[in-house]
Every structure is written in structure tokens, then in C-alpha cells.
Design a protein around this ligand. Sequence first.
Ligand code: NOJ
Length: 521
Amino acid sequence: MREYRRPVQWWRDAVGYQVYVPSFADSNGDGWGDLPGVTSRLDHLSDLGVNLLWLSPIHPSPFADHGYDVADYLTVDPRFGTVADAERLVAAAADRGIRVLLDLVPNHTSTAHPWFRAARRSRDDPHRDYYHWSDGDPPNNWVSAFGGPAWTRDELTGQSYLHLFAADQPDLNWRNPAVAAEFDAILRTWLDRGFAGFRIDVPHVMSKHPDLLDNPAIPADLVAPDERGRVEWNSFEHLYDRDQPDIGDIFRRWRAVTDPYDAFLLGEVSLLDPVRLARYTAPGALHACFWFGLVRRGWEPAALASWIRSAATDVPGLVWVLSSHDRSRAVSRYGGGAVGRRRALVLSTATIGLPDLPLLYQGEELGLDDVHIPLDEAQDPLVRFGGGTFARDAVRTPMPWRPGPGLGFTTASRAWIAFGDRGPADTVAVQAADPASPLSAYRRLIALRRASPSLRSGAVEWLDAPAEVLAYRRGDCVVVANLGVSPQSLALPDGTWRVAFATSTVDGVVPGETAVVFRRE
Ligand code: NOJ
């Protein structure tokens, strides 16, 4: 295999943005967001200053997990448009200096994928080994991240297949070289179509222990539910169903395919242990991973400051996210309303100069809260498969573009998902005209990063600060985020420093729950 060692670094200059395609903009009035809709709204993204888009999955899918159940990796689901629409979007984005990442879902397919349809027909089918099959019902104690056993018995052949998510999402067998070869072709196809790289879904679970060993159980009195209320998943040490030592082989193979395109590989690795996470961004592996420390937890000032500092120090290649389509929005997690908006902006400011790049989830620039959708109206499979206590619909509702019916998202009277209770002040149109809105603040903050090479390159020097304060210098900028409630006066490094951005008025001291970017005169 040829090795490409050319460093790929354009993405270090980027500010990213996640477009949740079904809920971004509907161009044809059918209630579903689509690719021409995204193209029609690119000006919002350039005005915001982002230059890297990640599109949530656009492939044909039964939508059992909102597109993370792919039935064909090479085309586009008609509800989102066509391959030509995707190419037009990429070209229109390039005209604005924006690159586009495709969401790649390599751990599992849909049960509707032709590979799985063939595989389940007989034990001898040539596609059988694309998946994990085993005797026993179930053959080990692995559980699905969505609840229940990770194995489902298929009556036709009398064996069970593995699915670490829903039963509609059978896991691919990455020890089969034929699977790896299929994905080489998939990667090339989308890079040839102009995509700049991939956001890779759960890469850390692609490699499983070859002997499918039982995961050690955790004693019941030590098990705590996570932020989604999951207990079963947390009752095991996930030693054998993910994160195996050979996982890097897959990434090295991908890099040989993607480096000639200068493509960016961004992993959705949900591990928080810096040592384990750093293996995924080691030289020759993925370029970067999201860091989910800020997405998982609420407002815990001292812990947040120390996590950010240790992750930024110990893991090369991080993408800083506060929200996503999977978790409660930052504003809601941090207290909701004006309090949550203030805190979310403080953390966005705190991370604006950290390596390697920040990424916003659609609507974060508007300071949106979660919407309330009764669980019995939820679309999310986590409700259908996971005991009915949590649904991600609250963060997946349509983007509010302007006040009025359909929110400027659609001309249809109903969207594929509830609109939620968005008010005029939540919309892009109203916020764009208000210099004090979250949108105006995010535009100024992002513009500052784009205009300041110091905030994007060079070493980060941590400054001494109390436990609830994060303070660092990067070149001719200093970022100070006071996450606590007491005002803090800080000794800045020698020189004359001017406030370039502040989340509230700063006068000698940094007030509580305030972040500031200083620039040297
Ligand atoms: C992570 C995705 O972000 C989530 O939406 C999905 O349900 C799982 N991976 C399974 O693909």
C-alpha cells in the first residue's frame, strides 16, 4: 500500500458548522429539509463566518435512526435531493470558501442495505461475512447503546446478528477485507464529487474483540445512569465491544485513499479518556476527533475549566463542540434561557482559540434552547428501542429562519418533525437586525478568530488562574473565561492588551460568567 505523508492542515484554519439536513431548509415544500435548501441558505453560513460544513447523513435510508441506517452509500435519498444537488451544493459552498464534509457511517448499515439482504438469505451467501453472525441467542452479554441485547436472532438461518445500536442497524465486520475494499470505493466516490472529507460515525466501535468475549459487569451499586438515563449500557465495562488495539489499521488504510485529496477525517469518538482518545488522532490515523466533554455535562465551572485544559493539552487534533443532534442543547444544559445563553457564549469564547477548531450545531448561533416535544410524539428510535425515557427530537426541530408559519423552513403546514415553540426572537431574521442578539455575538466572535492568525496557530500557553477560570495565551491573543460567579482580576502578560471581544462589559476585572479575548496592541 502506498503511504502519503503530506500533512493535511487546511482544517486548522476552519470554523465548522453542523447542518442537520432534514431540519435546515426545505426547498420543495414537502416538510423535509433538503440539499437545495442548504444551498439556498449558504449566505447565512458565510455571514456567520463558518467555512466548514458537516452534513448529517444524506444517503437513502429507512430512517429508523434518522439516516444513520444507510441503505446505499453511493447515492442520495430522494427526500434530500440527488447526487447532482449534492455536487451543486459543494460547488456553491466552494464559491464562498466553504468546504463540505459528508457523514460516513461505516460501523453499521441498514437492514435494508443490499449487503444485509443478501447476507441474511443463507449462511453460505458471499455477503454473510460482511456482518457478525453467531450461534446462541444471544451469544454474549453485549448490549445495544439504544437498549436491550446487542444481538437479534434471524429466524431464516437460526443465527443472531450483532447490532451495537438498533436492530435495524447491523454491524459490519471490519475484519473482512471485502468490507474495507467497499469503503475505499465509497470514500473515493464522494471525494471525486468534491467533498472535502468525512465526519465518521462512531469509529471507535468498528473493531470488536475477535473472540466476542463477555464484557465485565460493573457491580450494581457502582452503576449510575448517564445524562440519557441509560443504566443497562453503563452496567458493563466496554472492554471487548469497542476500542480494540487494531483500530488504527482501518484509519491508516483510509488515509492512503484520502490523503491524495487533502481530505479531512473527523472522528465521532465518544471516549473522554485523553490517553485512549489520543490514539485516534495519532500520526497516520484520523486528523481530529470531537471532544464531547462539553456536550456530556452541565454547568460545573471548576470541572469544565480543568477538563478543557487537560483535553487541549493531552489530545492532538480536537474539534470543540457544545451541542449536537444527539444531546441536549448547551443553552438548556447550562440553565436555559438568558442564563444558558450567557454560559454557552462564555464557553464558545473560551474555546475559540484552542487547537484545532470550533464547530457549531445549527441554531447554536441563535442561542436556541431545546424544544419540548412529548415523548409519545417523538420520532427518535431511542424512544422506540430504549424504554421511552429520552428522545433527541428536542434538538432536531426545524431551523427558525423567520417568524410565522413554517418558520421560513418550509411552506408546508407540517414538517417531518414538530416545529416546537420557537418565537420571533429565536429567528435568524430578527436576530440579524439586532446587534445585541446571540447571532450578532457569534458573528463577531467567529470574525475575530478568522481575522487573527494567533487564535488559529502556534502553541497554547496556559496562564495561572483560579480553578474556575480558564486563561491561555496564543501568540498576540489572551483568552480569559471566568466560569465562576466571583469577579476576577488577572495579571495579563507584559504589554498593552485591548479587549477584542467580551461576552459582557469588562472594566479592569473579569466579571463572573464572562469570557474575554484580549489582543496585544
Ligand atoms: C452517532 C450519531 O451521531 C447518532 O445520531 C446515531 O444514532 C449513532 N451514532 C448510531 O449511528
